[in-house]
Design a protein around this ligand. Structure first.
Ligand code: 7TS
Length: 407
């Protein structure tokens, strides 16, 4: 089988400079196209100043660049109100923002917080710690025997004292694409807030925030061709307006009295201090690149590579592919090779110029439930093609032949 890359490798300087590299760790971070690098250097060459703070022309140019970026990223994610997109350092900061600012104002002793077994630590630990701090009940929705979220269990957990249901759109560890509408319906029956970790969906799917139904959605720019340290939180306007600020300082105030302070309007209320304009501008260039490719094409491309990789890896003796079937997964495949530790496997693959991730994938609660310490994960993006999968499968089979212990 031959699946060509959706985007030319020549658009990505790092890949063009490393023609032998099989980069299969895009779920951790993606490579960046030249257009993103150009947008960042162009911003510094033309428009750089501290936005919002000066009345002079250059500061207005920086402000304009920042706001234009916000508009285009909000549009890309299907949010019709760009001022409800708060720029952050990424998914981790977005989830900490809402768990801290909203959580401490709204979750009390005896209330319940529900997360899922699939969560990345970034959508698990902040809620667990909130529960411990206020004396709330912390519950975890388990997986069914098919390895998918058990919605019957979720319905049982979501009682009338449940204040929030936090869940990932797409699992970084197993690739599950979760049924957002069903989860939201269960949570909203009791008026619980829904917080969606979109780190692995914003890069890969048409998110459509306005119709997704969740109250808040977190994402990272660096996983979708954009710069590190970029990303955001999109949330419903009334939620953001009612929520106290997260960090305090410049730009987020309206009036500072000696004894009290009032807050600025959205989005500034949640963006204290000098913003990451370079990150926003770079991320806007990244979404422009993705829009040109078309998100439906991006998704179809990754599904095809994921299915192909699953089939080929499953055919290697002693390989176990984990997670739901490929048609219900994002573009990644997670597997184990009997008798070979994932860390050893990833180092052996590295010697063949194959970059994959090995470990617990920041999902220790999930690894415990699966009964494994670690797995190996290959994840795909627009610049990957079937030859990357072929190289991976050949190398895994060769490691198996060299190192697997006879039964
Ligand atoms: N949530 C999910 C589902 C993730 O996959 C990640 C990062 C995060 C949150 C945190 O994102 P950050 O940009 O704030 O760091 N996931 C991974 C991964 O799978 N391998 O390295 C990082």
């Amino acid at each position: 089988m031959s699946i060509k890359s959706l985007a030319p490798r020549s658009d990505f300087p790092l890949l063009a400079g490393n023609p032998k590299l099989h980069y299969l760790d895009s779920a951790a971070t993606t490579q960046k196209p030249q257009s993103v690098l150009d947008a960042i250097s162009g911003y510094y060459e033309r428009d750089n100043a501290n936005p919002h703070r000066g009345a002079y022309t250059l500061s207005a140019a920086a402000t304009e660049a920042y706001q234009t970026a916000r508009d285009s990223i909000a549009r890309f994610l299907g949010a019709s109100d760009p001022d409800t997109l708060i720029f952050t350092r990424g998914t981790t900061e977005s989830l900490n923002l809402i768990a801290t600012a909203w959580g401490h104002a709204n979750v009390k002793k005896g209330d319940r917080i529900v997360v899922t077994r699939l969560e990345h630590h970034a959508n698990f630990v902040p809620w667990q710690q909130l529960a411990l701090a206020v004396g709330a009940d912390f519950k975890i929705c388990e997986l069914s025997s098919e390895g998918e979220l058990d919605l019957t269990h979720l319905s049982e957990l979501v009682t009338k004292n449940t204040k929030v249901v936090a869940f990932g759109h797409v699992s970084n560890a197993l690739g599950n694409v979760n049924p957002v509408a069903d989860i939201v319906a269960i949570a909203h029956r009791v008026g619980a807030l829904t917080v969606c970790d979109g780190a692995q969906s914003a890069p890969h799917l048409n998110v459509g925030f306005d119709s997704l139904g969740v109250d808040a959605y977190a994402f990272s720019g660096h996983k979708m061709l954009g710069p590190m340290g970029s990303g955001g939180l999109i949330a419903k306007r009334d939620l953001l307006e009612a929520m106290p600020p997260y960090q305090m300082g410049g730009d987020m105030i309206s009036m500072v009295g000696d004894g009290a302070t009032t807050w600025n309007i959205l989005p500034h209320k949640f963006e204290a201090g000098t913003p990451n304009v370079e990150g926003a501008v770079g991320l806007a260039a990244a979404v422009a690149y993705l829009e040109k490719l078309g998100m439906d094409n991006v998704h179809a491309h990754e599904l095809a590579l994921g299915r192909y990789a699953s089939e080929c890896l499953a055919a290697v003796e002693d390989v176990t592919v984990l997670g739901p079937p490929p048609e219900r997964r994002g573009g990644l495949v997670t597997f184990t090779l009997r008798d070979v530790h994932p860390h050893d496997l990833s180092q052996l693959l590295d010697a063949e110029n194959i970059a994959v991730r090995a470990g617990h994938h920041c999902a220790q609660p999930l690894m415990r439930a699966l009964g494994v310490n670690a797995t190996t994960r290959a994840s795909f993006y627009v610049y990957n093609e079937s030859s990357d999968v072929d190289a991976l499968v050949r190398a895994v089979a060769s490691v198996r032949d060299r190192f697997a212990v006879a039964p």
